[in-house]
Design a binder for this molecule. Structure first.
Ligand code: B12
Length: 212
């Protein structure tokens, strides 16, 4: 693992220029993009979350840190393209109703796209009926839902129930993720898969599509 101290600090302090400069430096030095992502960009967000939880940081600061992270993610995104794209599948992705967190969802989209899947990103604050309508309209293979708030997690269950009512549940695989979500929650609400991070999300998507 490389030393990401300066990059971590730039994300925590929301110094976008410095964060971008450090990301470029790491890329120029030939550091693995996965390493930059996991240890340079995602790791400091945990500290941002902890600072927020303990009252050391407020929403506008948290948002600026998130922006800094997103700018850096945009730089490394093109390098996630897999060389051996050997399968195709269509994935609808979105953050559930009432929830505006999209960094993790965007990361999952990015990785899945890099793995050769077609992504239909509905954005944030997506109601169950909108997910269902889009599944019907596009014939997607997978519906992927993200939730970062414990209060919005029930939106995942509602969506699965709405798929059932619309007679679409057996036509689409459902995968879920987000910090408060777990494998056991996935089991409870009848989702087909859960993944704790974007890399595992790609592995699980491939499994759901019968490709690995
Ligand atoms: C950035 C941030 C924000 C930003 C969001 C900006 C944006 N564009 O997304 C802003 C400032 C807007 C924000 C607002 C709020 N936030 Co906030 N936020 C965060 C923070 C610091 C980081 C989240 C993040 O982006 N992490 C980095 C990404 C890469 O990780 P991730 O989202 O977990 O995603 C990974 C996995 O979970 C997984 N994954 C994610 N989605 C999916 C989907 C699928 C299908 C799969 C398979 C996998 C998967 O893969 C991803 C990549 O590896 C977290 C703390 C934390 N460390 O999580 C708090 C946190 C989530 N927020 C929190 C809170 C309370 C709020 C607010 C209510 C604050 C307030 N009082 O206003 C509001 C809610 C607004 C709303 N309605 O959504 C709490 C939630 C507590 C809870 N359990 O309910 C947290 C945990 C902070 C805390 N410790 O208290 N927030």
């Amino acid at each position: 693992m490389s030393n990401f101290e300066a990059l971590n600090e730039a994300i925590i302090k929301a110094d976008i220029n410095k964060a971008v400069e450090e990301t470029k430096k790491a890329m120029d030095a030939g550091t693995e993009v996965q390493d930059i992502l996991d240890n340079g960009l995602i790791a400091p967000m945990d500290e941002v979350g902890a600072n927020f939880a303990s009252g050391k940081m407020f929403v506008p600061q948290m948002l600026r840190s998130a922006k800094a992270m997103q700018e850096c993610m945009a730089l490394i995104q093109p390098h996630f393209q897999e060389q051996d794209i050997s399968f195709k599948g269509k994935v609808i992705i979105g953050t559930v109703k009432g929830d505006l967190h999209d960094i993790g969802k965007n990361l999952v989209s990015m990785m899945m796209e890099g793995a050769g899947l077609t992504i239909i990103d509905l954005g944030v604050d997506i109601a169950a009926d909108v997910f269902v309508e889009k599944v019907k309209e596009t014939g997607a293979d997978i519906l992927a839902m993200s939730a970062l708030l414990s209060t919005t997690m029930p939106g995942m269950k509602e969506t699965i129930e709405a798929l059932q009512s619309a007679g679409l549940r057996d036509k689409v695989k459902v995968m879920i993720g987000g910090a408060p979500v777990s494998d056991s929650f996935a089991g409870q609400i009848g989702a087909d898969a859960y993944a704790p991070d974007a890399g595992t999300a790609v592995i699980e998507a491939k499994k759901l599509l019968g490709l690995s």
